[in-house]
Design a protein around this ligand. Structure first.
Ligand code: DCM
Ligand code: DCM
Ligand code: DCM
Ligand code: ZN
Ligand code: ZN
Length: 284
């Protein structure tokens, strides 16, 4: 997701996580809330003067299936070395740990939390779980009459990361970030998503076979979350694009994508809060 999408997922988690979680996370984030911190991992990835360039591949998993015809994840094929978003979620959940023998220095645990809240967001972006055309980065498109911006050609990837969300914010929430965020929080607590939330978070509640190691649970959950996103590449993201790659995706395509984007952002926020409520429980 782009910066607004990430900040929305953090805003949701800031409103759903319990008080203890907020206290512990705010301390680890030097007084920052999650919403404000979610974009840190993108900032450091692109900042050439900081030593975080290695983290680029951790923002996605190149699932080598064949959308829109066939979708499915095979971890041995798609993330053999663990150097992908699925491995990263497991790893940084593990590094956040403060209950067992491993209790990393506070700077490492701070980085772990900053990465984790970003990747829990990115894994719900369907094109971050997609190998085709480099996650849609070489699938060029038209959005609201434009086929280029100041950054170059309009990419399907950027449409999902940024353009749909910015258009929705402007058209439906009068450009008020908190109005969009509050709407998603309401959908989760009392609205259309309320009965989905237990399902979105189900794998966090299940006892792991290796219950002592929360990273096993985090790995299992991250695999489920990547599969969930990958499915959308076959059902929503690519089919309508393939029908007519030269259509203006700011019209019908945009309208069909809105409910999907809203729900993916809500999932990320709800999972972020639920995972951190669990992981930070024993931390002070
Ligand atoms: N971004 C950035 N600098 C760049 C390219 C992109 O800050 N040179 C931002 C734009 C989006 C976010 O990164 O907000 C997208 O990240 P990704 O492309 O990892 O989804
Ligand atoms: N930063 C951030 N979120 C935080 C703390 C810091 O985005 N919770 C930013 C501020 C700096 C960079 O990250 O630009 C490095 O900060 P630190 O030295 O705290 O890692
Ligand atoms: N990306 C992706 N899958 C890939 C390569 C990149 O999802 N195989 C994402 C990461 C960024 C965006 O696409 O969000 C642009 O990547 P970059 O900044 O590396 O060009
Ligand atoms: Zn992206
Ligand atoms: Zn990212």
């Amino acid at each position: 997701w782009g910066s607004i999408g990430h900040q929305l997922t953090g805003y949701i988690a800031d409103h759903l996580a319990n008080k203890h979680t907020i206290q512990v996370s705010t301390a680890l984030l030097n007084g920052w809330n999650m919403s404000r911190t979610t974009t840190w991992a993108d900032d450091v990835k692109y900042n050439k003067s900081l030593p975080y360039g290695w983290s680029g591949p951790l923002h996605y998993i190149d699932i080598e299936d064949n959308p829109p015809h066939e979708c499915g994840l095979n971890l041995t094929r798609d993330c053999p070395d663990g150097n992908c978003i699925v491995g990263a979620i497991a790893n940084y959940t593990n590094r956040l740990d403060c209950s067992g023998k491993q209790h990393l220095p506070v700077n490492d645990r701070s980085d772990a939390l900053k990465f984790l809240i970003h990747f829990i967001g990115d894994i719900t972006q369907p094109l971050h779980a997609c190998n085709r055309q480099i996650g849609g980065n070489t699938a060029f498109a038209i959005f609201d009459g434009a086929n280029t911006t100041q950054y170059g050609k309009v990419q399907l990837h950027a449409i999902w990361d940024t353009y749909i969300i910015e258009k929705r914010l402007k058209n439906d929430f009068n450009d008020s970030f908190t109005a969009y965020g509050d709407f998603l929080v309401h959908q989760i607590l009392k609205g259309a998503y309320a009965h989905h939330v237990p399902l979105w978070n189900s794998c966090l509640r299940k006892k792991s076979n290796h219950s002592k190691h929360d990273n096993h649970r985090a790995l299992r959950c991250a695999i489920m979350w990547a599969k969930d996103s990958d499915k959308l590449d076959c059902s929503v993201v690519w089919p309508a694009y393939d029908v007519d790659p030269k259509a203006d995706l700011g019209l019908d395509y945009y309208k069909n994508a809105i409910p999907v984007v809203d729900m993916q952002l809500a999932k990320a926020g709800a999972r972020m809060a639920a995972l951190l409520d669990k992981e930070l429980k024993k931390c002070h």
